[in-house]
Design a protein around this ligand. Sequence first.
Ligand code: NDP
Length: 316
Amino acid sequence: MEENTTIEHHKCLIIGSGPAGYTAAIYAARADMNPVMYQGLQPGGQLTITNDVENYPGYPDGINGPSMMIDFQKQAERFGTDVRFGLVTKVDFSGSVHKVWVDEKTEIHADSIIISTGAAAKWLGLESEQRLNGFGVSACAVCDGFFYKGQDVAIVGGGDTAAEEATYLSKLCKKVYMLVRKDEFRASNIMAQRVMEAENIEVLFNHEVEEVLGEKAVEGVAVINNQTKEKRKLNVTGFFVAIGHKPNTAIFKDWLDMDEVGYLKVTPGTSKTKVPGVFASGDAADKVYRQAVTAAGTGCMAALDAERYLTEIGAH
Ligand code: NDP
């Protein structure tokens, strides 16, 4: 331990500040668990890079992602959650009191921990893709597809997510180009079949994206056939990236079970990890649904599970 490290003890520590973390905080604070939350590098999580959220119940006119997350934070703070800016860099779950280090300065000892560190979409890495993110470029068809109703869009990826999202988009959009870099799908047969059966999806195998076109909004996508080297421009107004997600769980790898990609494993139907007192919620433990509302739901579960645990060990 460094000389200037402060040590604090808390009943409940929440790591991460998306819908899962804040919902856990609201429940934990109202149950007098005095939760402390560390927000992480991107306070508010993935929703802060989304424009309009129209599928979260309770907002009939929609709301923009950053405002929604400010509301979540206010609600958590109203009941006394201690929300702090800081990044958890190391954990030690070997003892009955769990240890967490924040920004190399603070050492927290917590009876219960709720992990809600989320996931991040993978991107192609093009400058134009980042510049137009939120202005026609999206990594979530369910969130943003509606804005391209009746228009032509492109989606990149050949896995189950891309297949599912292409099918979803095909019901809203006039035409969907699906760009698959190999000559075959990675998606399961049934999902791939749905794509092939949709009349308005054109699958371009062996195609890669060279650039997303447009200054202030997407005006097209420049693609290349990686076999013939033939280039073409697709006239689309929406560009969806569906090449996978990476859960933010690297710091837990020595302590918790996770799948090969890093999604945390919990006892089905609960938020319990294999370490008593450590609970997982939100996208960090969900590779299938990944919605704000499902994250909020599992955040609630984690707080209720944590409260029961604290009662059982006599800490609450
Ligand atoms: P996957 O890793 O399965 O697929 C990623 C896809 O993106 C692959 O086709 C891959 O190509 C392609 N890709 C990766 N990087 C690039 C790149 N730089 N440029 C172009 N293409 C790229 O991720 P998914 O998100 O699709 O699925 C994750 C997991 O979740 C899977 O296990 C999947 O089965 C599951 N899932 C299940 C669903 C369901 O059952 N309803 C729905 C959604 C996901 P390549 O094949 O060439 O590597």
